[in-house]
Structure formats: structure tokens, C-alpha cells
Design a binder for this molecule. Structure first.
Ligand SMILES: Nc1nc2c(ncn2[C@@H]2O[C@H](COP(=O)(O)OP(=O)(O)OP(=O)(O)O)[C@@H](O)[C@H]2O)c(=O)[nH]1
Ligand SMILES: [Mg+2]
Length: 410
């Protein structure tokens, strides 16, 4: 399938996007197998490729004593990225280059790269230097410690995005929430399911036929692979210095299509880990919020007390209840998570997220109440109960995944 001489271009595999077992060879004897194969998908990255190859080779030469390979998979970029990469392969014998002319797309590029890979550990990193290369060693370490999948995450304490504007952050988070609703068993497993920087054991993906739709290959791996333990390492997504982004609106449409396809073929069967104990605590805290809300409303609105207008009183009592709920959830329901992030800045961030999610929950509550009342059961109290139940699950699940960020990660 692949061509072994380091200086020639790799031939492009055809057919299904399936990763196979490595043929049984005495490791290292014929120079074929390597410990680690890292794929760099590229499209119009001529300005970045030399630098990233140089950095990665110097890092991995030292860490792995050349027991690795870099596989650049370029989709025949008009700026000649593949040519630039190919011209480097004399200098860097660990580098292999594939030029694809009949297929396009980020996900399929990564899979085609893994198909020719000779390592037991597979990985992917962007070719535009937005993924800090030194994080690779921590990801490798996690795999060595027993993880099947190690994901570089922007949403852990030491992670982040450098200069994203509000719209990009909002779209990214919105996409994550949508995914949590459509495919909770897949997206709920990691804090950054949109990450394009991760490593996995070949054995975790062998035999699975992957789908090339979309930009988010990690979803495919978690959805269709046989992934047990997952590890995450925080990183800051750097700004692009050279070249241009390939992200367009089409990627958002493809993403939704991808979620639906995955849901149809795998989502139903993936077990969702639903933390009952936490949910009960969350429910009790919510109940305490009802009493707080009522008491404050009485103090503010009742003619025998302050007799303020109803709407103003309700806004204040609602917010006091949210503060009450946040407080108890932080020190009780999610105490284990909160203990690890105790700075005031971190608490404030959680509180703001909790507020926004609860507000969205309120909108959902009103929407469901109207839908059920008008189209299902013409009884306002039963409809309200159903709406409250749905909004409570929403509040719990989204807060669990975004505010206190409980994933299955060890
Ligand atoms: N082979 C191949 N690589 C691609 C394709 N689209 C993007 N890439 C590469 O995939 C990586 C990620 O693409 P970017 O456009 O940087 O996407 P991003 O990093 O999520 O977004 P930005 O922050 O806007 O750069 C880069 O190395 C791209 O060159 C494609 O269709 N084929
Ligand atoms: Mg990029």
C-alpha cells in the first residue's frame, strides 16, 4: 500500500477509510514499524510547513530517538505545499509526504495518513503552528500511562484560545452544546470535542470504517472507535501567523450533517454515563432555590413588606435564587471539580456560565410549556411539570459539561 523509500511520495490509499492492524514484523528489524506516526494535514500551508517540520523533528528526535514518522498529507495545494514538504525529506528522513489529487477534505486526509502509518500510536496536528508542538510529549506520556486517546484541550485550566472574538467563541460553544444534545454519549466524553490535536492507540480504531464528512475527525474517532480511557492535556490555541484559515460556513453545515450521521449509526448505542447522585443533589439545590425565590418575592412584593412592582421583584428574586443555587452547587453538587479551581476569577467564570445556561433554561422552559400546552396536553400544570423537567435536565447536563466541566477524563 505505501512506498517505503523516504524520498519518494507516498501512494494514496483508495477504497474504504479503514485502519488496519500492522503486519506482524519483528519490530524495527526491517525498519518498517515505528513507535509513533504523526499526520499533518495541509492545504495551502507552504509558508508554515518548513518551520513545523523543523520544530517537530527536533522535538521528536530527542524524545523518541527517531522512532517516529511525520506524514504530511497535502491535497495538491496550489501553493505547492507538498513540493516544499517533499524537498525537506532528504534533510529529515522521518518525513513522508502524500500528495492527494483525487480526494479532498481534512478528515479524509487524516485517515489516509493513518492508513499508511507504521506506528502503534497515531496522531494528528495542524500544519499551521496553531497547535503548540511541545504538548505532544505530554500527550504521548498520557498514552504511555494507559490512555487509548489523549486529546489536547482548549477547555482545561491551562488551556484557552488566544484572541478569538466573541462571535467565534459563541459559535464554537454553540456547536458544542448542539453536539451535547444530539450526541451526548460522544461529545460528553471530552471537554474539547472540537479539538484537532490528539493521539490514539492504533488498536482503539482498528477495523472501524470512518466517515470523511466534516472537519471534526475526533468525533468520528470517539463515535466509531473502541475508546476506553481518555486523557486530556490543556493547551492554548495560538493565532495563525502565516497562511489563511480554511474554515467557512460550509464547515458548520457539515458539522450538523456529521452529528446526524453519527447519531444514526452509533449515537443510540453509546452508553451515556448519567451521574444520578450529582443529579439528585442538583435537584435538591434547585428546590432550595424555589424557596429562596418565593421568600425574596414575598419580601419585595408583598403589600405588607416593601410592595415593589411584581416584575422588578421577580427579576431580583430570580437572580437571588440563581446565586443561591450556584453557591450550593459549587460547594456541594460539584465540590470535587470546584476544589480544583478555587481562584476568584475561576469562580466568577463559572458563575457567569451558570447564569447564561439557566437563562437559556428559562427560555426553553417557556417554549416547552407552550408547545406541550398547545399541541399535546391542554393542561397548564401538567405542561408546566413537563417543561420544568426538561429545563432541569438541560440546566444540569449543560452545566455539568460546560460550567463544572465533568468529563470522563482521568
Ligand atoms: N489535506 C487537507 N488539509 C486541510 C484541509 N482543510 C484544512 N486543512 C489543514 O488542516 C489544518 C486545520 O485547518 P485550519 O484552516 O487551520 O482550521 P482551524 O485551525 O480550525 O482554523 P483557524 O484558526 O481559522 O486556522 C491546517 O493544517 C490546514 O492546512 C483539506 O481540505 N485537506
Ligand atoms: Mg488553523
Amino acid at each position: 500500500m505505501s512506498i517505503i523509500e523516504p524520498n519518494s511520495l507516498l501512494s494514496v490509499p483508495t477504497g474504504q477509510l479503514r485502519i488496519l492492524e500492522l503486519p506482524h514484523t519483528t519490530e524495527g528489524a526491517d525498519g518498517e514499524s515505528v513507535y509513533f506516526s504523526l499526520v499533518i494535514p495541509t492545504y495551502k500551508e507552504a509558508a508554515n510547513i518548513t518551520k513545523i517540520v523543523e520544530i517537530l523533528c527536533s522535538l521528536l528526535d530527542e524524545a523518541l530517538n527517531r522512532d517516529y514518522e511525520l506524514i504530511v498529507v497535502d491535497d495538491d495545494s496550489p501553493d505547492g505545499t507538498w513540493e516544499v514538504a517533499h524537498s525537506l525529506s532528504q534533510q529529515y528522513p522521518q518525513l513522508r509526504v502524500m500528495r492527494r489529487q483525487n480526494e479532498r477534505g481534512l478528515s479524509s486526509a487524516v485517515i489516509r495518513g493513518w492508513q499508511v502509518a507504521r506506528g502503534q500510536i497515531l496522531g494528528v496536528i495542524d500544519g499551521d503552528l496553531q497547535h503548540p508542538p511541545d504538548v505532544l510529549l505530554r500527550l504521548l506520556h498520557s498514552i504511555e500511562q494507559g490512555a487509548d486517546l489523549a486529546v489536547a484541550s482548549r477547555h482545561l485550566e491551562d488551556g484557552g484560545v488566544s484572541r478569538w472574538n466573541f462571535i467565534r467563541r459563541f459559535l464554537s460553544r454553540g456547536a458544542q452544546v448542539l453536539g451535547l444534545i444530539i450526541l451526548p454519549g460522544v461529545l460528553g466524553r471530552v471537554s474539547d470535542p472540537m479539538s484537532g490535536y490528539f493521539l490514539l492507540r492504533r488498536s482503539a480504531i482498528v477495523g472501524a470504517t470512518l466517515n470523511p464528512v466534516g472537519y471534526k475527525i475526533l468525533l468520528e474517532v470517539i463515535g466509531r472507535g473502541n475508546i476506553g480511557q481518555i486523557a486530556e492535556v490543556g493547551y492554548v490555541f495560538c493565532e495563525r501567523r502565516e497562511g489563511e484559515s480554511k474554515v467557512t460556513w460550509k464547515q458548520y453545515v457539515d458539522y450538523i450533517h456529521h452529528l446526524i450521521l453519527l447519531r444514526r449509526s452509533t449515537g443510540k448505542f453509546k452508553k451515556i454515563h448519567f451521574p444520578i447522585g450529582r443529579f439528585l443533589r442538583f435537584g435538591l439545590v434547585g428546590l432550595s432555590g424555589v424557596f429562596v425565590d418565593m421568600a425574596v418575592l414575598y419580601l419585595l412584593h408583598d403589600p405588607t413588606t416593601l410592595s415593589l412592582p411584581l416584575t422588578r421583584s421577580k427579576i431580583i428574586s430570580g437572580e437571588v435564587a440563581i446565586i443561591n443555587n450556584f453557591f450550593w452547587n459549587d460547594i456541594w453538587t460539584f465540590a470535587d471539580v470546584a476544589m480544583q479551581q478555587r481562584e476568584w476569577r475561576q469562580r466568577l467564570k463559572r458563575f457567569l456560565k451558570f447564569n447564561i445556561i439557566c437563562l437559556a433554561g428559562l427560555v426553553l422552559n417557556v417554549l416547552i410549556l407552550n408547545l406541550v400546552y398547545n399541541f399535546v396536553i391542554h393542561n397548564a400544570y401538567i405542561a408546566n411539570l413537563i417543561a420544568i423537567a426538561v429545563a432541569t435536565i438541560w440546566n444540569f447536563w449543560v452545566n455539568l459539561k460546560l460550567s463544572w466541566r465533568v468529563t470522563q477524563v482521568k
